[in-house]
Design a binder for this molecule. Structure first.
Ligand SMILES: C[S@@+](CC[C@H](N)C(=O)[O-])C[C@H]1O[C@@H](n2cnc3c(N)ncnc32)[C@H](O)[C@@H]1O
Length: 287
């Protein structure tokens, strides 16, 4: 085993910057929800900017630590509750201008992961920031509300681990032994299916990490920060409206649908066909 020290301060900077840039107004008085907030480091950043923050966290130890900080800093605009995010709902918690779901989604199994995305939409007034691992190579498919989503099943806790043992692993799921990591395409698709009108990916500032005693620069490989906007669905002039095409989903294998490849194959049909077959063959070994 190895022990690495990770400095995630760049991720913190990216999150705060992204929230402020997308909000495009002071956070003062805005309701912000921080799901799976741990000791509340993001919640406190939002509170410092004047937001009215609620942090929901499933582990009692984290909530106690967050409340200690709250007292030490005499913050009255941030509150923490111990609850399972799977209980999120408008009736229980009301609505929020901004929802933060950071480092959390990939700790849930199917169908909870889908229900949480749906519940985030329900409680969200403006936008949600979802920072998550994604499955680079899907190994399975799940159906939710008649739609298919691809991803990989990941072991969170050893099979048969005790409830106490699970709680001790402070950054992991609360009880589910497995979680379902969605592919990027399926992440985009579920966000659209539950009702978000636009989804953006935050790339700048770079959410890098500094690892170990030398603070080595590393970037997340299969992790992304998405901003999902709850806007008003727009329609086009009648003559341009083709409803069936407006809700296109992302394909799971975007490379197979590349327009540029289509052009190439049609400009030179023979070569195109051969390279197409060879490409598909090679992809089994290479990608
Ligand atoms: C990897 S940490 C991320 C903490 C923080 N959001 C961040 O980005 O730094 C995941 C957090 O989610 C909490 N968590 C996991 N599953 C949860 C659930 N079902 N309900 C509430 N909290 C949960 C964990 O206890 C842990 O604090």
């Amino acid at each position: 085993m190895y022990n690495v020290e990770i400095d995630t301060s760049a991720m913190m900077r990216r999150t705060v910057q992204t929230v402020c840039d997308i909000a495009r107004r002071p956070l003062t008085g805005l309701r912000v929800l921080d799901l799976g907030c741990a000791h509340g480091h993001y919640a406190f950043e939002m509170a410092k900017l004047g937001a009215l923050v609620l942090g929901i966290e499933g582990r009692e130890t984290w909530v106690k630590q967050a409340n200690r900080t709250r007292q030490e800093e005499s913050r009255t605009n941030v509150e923490f509750v111990q609850d399972d995010v799977r209980n999120l709902g408008k009736e229980k918690y009301g609505e929020f201008d901004i929802v933060l779901c950071l480092g959390l989604l990939y700790h849930l199994d199917a169908p909870d992961v889908f229900n949480l995305v749906n519940n985030i939409f329900e409680v969200c007034r403006d936008f949600a920031v979802i920072e998550t691992h994604f499955a680079a190579k899907p190994t399975g498919m799940q159906t939710w509300r008649g739609k298919q989503y691809w991803g990989a099943s990941i072991q969170e806790h050893a099979a048969g681990a005790s409830a106490k043992g699970k709680l001790k692993r402070a950054g992991a799921s609360l009880d589910n032994e497995k979680s379902f990591w969605l592919t990027k395409s399926s992440l985009y698709n579920i966000l659209q299916h539950v009702g978000f009108t636009s989804v953006y990916e935050s790339r700048i500032p770079v959410g890098n990490l500094y690892i170990g005693p030398d603070s080595a620069f590393k970037i997340w490989g299969h992790r992304t920060m998405l901003v999902a906007i709850k806007g008003g669905p727009q329609s086009l002039r009648d003559s341009l409206e083709i409803p069936a095409r407006l809700k296109a989903d992302w394909p799971e294998t975007p490379a197979d649908y590349q327009f540029e490849q289509y052009l190439y194959e049609h400009q030179s049909p023979v070569i195109g066909k051969i390279t197409g077959r060879v490409r598909r063959f090679l992809r089994r070994f290479v990608v």
